[in-house]
Design a protein around this ligand. Sequence first.
Ligand code: ADP
Ligand code: ZN
Ligand code: ZN
Length: 736
Amino acid sequence: MADSKPYIIRVAVPSPLRRTFDYLVPDHLTDAPPQRGCRVAVPFGKREVVGLVIECTDSSDFAIEKLKPITAIIDQQALLPESLFKLFIWAANYYQHPIGDALFSTLPVLLRSGKALPEQPQIANWRATTLGKGLGPDSLKRSPKQRSLMTALLEQPLISQEQLLTIYTRATLKQLNDKELIELVLQKTKPTALDDLLRNAPLKLHQSQQKAMDAIECHGFNSYLLDGVTGSGKTEIYLQCIEKILRYGRQALILIPEISLTPQTEKRFRDRFNVPLVTLHSGLTDKARLAAWATAKSGDAQIILGTRSAIFTPLKDPGLIILDEEHDQSYKQQEGFRYSARDLAVIRAKQENIPIILGSATPSLESLNNCNSQRYQHLILDTRAGNASQPSWALVDLKTETLESGIGRSTLAAIRETINNRQQVLVFLNRRGFAPTLLCHQCGWVAECRSCDARLTVHRGRGRLICHHCNYQQRTVHQCPSCQSRELIAAGEGTERSEACLQQCFPDTPVLRVDRDSTRNKGAMQKVFDTADSGEPCILVGTQMLAKGHHFANITLVVVLDADSGLFSADFRSHERMGQLLIQVAGRSGRGSVAGKVIVQTHQPQHPLLQLLINQGYSEYAQLLLNQRQLTQLPPYNRLAIIRAESNHANNAEKFLTAARQLAETISPPSPSLGYLGPLPALMERRAGRFRYILQISGQRRGDLQQLLTTLCSKLERLPEARQVRWAIDVDPQEL
Ligand code: ADP
Ligand code: ZN
Ligand code: ZN
């Protein structure tokens, strides 16, 4: 022992500290020491925690005598494939987040707590390597047996060893394996035979689909933006690309914004393919999540369908990543480990050397810019599939309309006509509750949240006033607390009020509300789908939950009750978001054989942006916004990072950020390529009783900004002002 080198491991633990910790592997564990990527149990402070080995070494910056020994080794084999491990390290560095927290906050809960990965009996299968596929059987002319085996493996992606040994000898397998033309793959389930891969035949692609399909290379890293109007058949392209890579024996990872809202999506994948498919989303039990994770890791699941955090699913044989509705904000995690699943998906595809397809009818300005600079290939589908045509638009001027609960008289007439034609209507309003404000007619008192700079929303059904920012709730009041008047007015409209009004106007037609309140009960959403799918006349009223990807064949009228909130907001992304939302909602109209119509109510019918959007379409609109961003040097033409700080006392957050700015300026002084803005109060300064401030840093080059943030971060941790605040770094922030 005296002269043998110590066995030291660097371990990431779930902690907010931006560093790893060194531990000794005690003698009795060095026979089978833990490897990189394995979990270990370690003493940490007064507790014992589960950590993940980042590095195995024999030296430490700390005195060896001071290092504590690990308590136990949990995994014999790395929990994460090396490529995924690299993604985590990349992400932790890029997003300035502690590696331990990044790893552990995304692992299935049961693995975080040290539970063993379920053991799976494995079946040996063989498949052709890339080299084998390239050379083909003709290179084996002199050995008919090898040639025949090679041919079989080129026709079918995976064949079990058991089956092969009924025809070929072990020696033949070994010869081809030695030539690196075939390789062994261990899996739990038997592979689906190629003939059985499809449950239903693919559709015949229409012309622009075929053009896009031909452009997609299913080998090696390539990024594609599939920019197709709603209903143009993007999903069919996903399905056909997946089929290709399944035939190579590889797995497809598909990310979508929401699973529960779009059961049709899952069904379409299941209807097409006869292969094991797992879903990963927040609605799973811990056990189900672990099982899905484990089958993705072992390669038994060939299609993995998940929401944001599924980007961290381990895959045995990744072949393709698809990210649908790539503009959707839900891909950005807004707290804790603030990563963008969209951006990480591209990084992951690159590291795995596989293609990635980002799809949307309303691509983000970032992705459009990546097409302009040729980082992504831009594939455009500009017509709807089948018989469907694009909906037509009409603007209703709220200034001159007689309104009933925010619905114009001409709008009501259009709804009536649609119902009389036995079609369906979707009414969109991005505000839940009955009314956004409760005010006193006598003295002007307004019901406000005690902890936020916000008004309480009236929820009439539940008889409550609720803050939509901190979830504070109280029973509704019937008397003004300020002047005791009983003349309280619920002012403005929420979905609950629109629902009530529409039900009154159309007593014989089902009116179904879809928002976070109405869909809290399991099955509520299913009822909506069932009614809509029945094709009978009905009116759906709801928030943006209704805008997400659902295919309602008989909706021919979409009404946007209030387009104005998106026109006037302090966030530089608000116009982009408004355009995306309007186009997405409009896209629910006329997906069947009857042409659709969209009515947009606004006080600003002449607003140039609104005019541009509905007359020229989203791509012209987006191009104009891109030009504006370039002029003002905002993303995607400049990189942004925000340091957020919040505290119970208004001064502390601001003081911390002032100190942060001073520190940052000593590391990188302001220059034409690096600028500072702030500290400024956040758009909502006080939320949940805490005062929130931001410091914005913008840089022309990603590398400069990252370097500054890395140096700054370690210094910020030690600032005395840091003790009084909660702070976080948000790289590529999506909201201010
Ligand atoms: P997107 O994903 O672009 O919104 P979908 O893939 O949902 O569009 O397609 C819209 C509708 O058109 C679906 O009902 C789909 O089955 C149908 N469709 C797609 N491609 C074709 C095709 N090539 N031929 C006939 N119908 C198609
Ligand atoms: Zn009053
Ligand atoms: Zn509040």
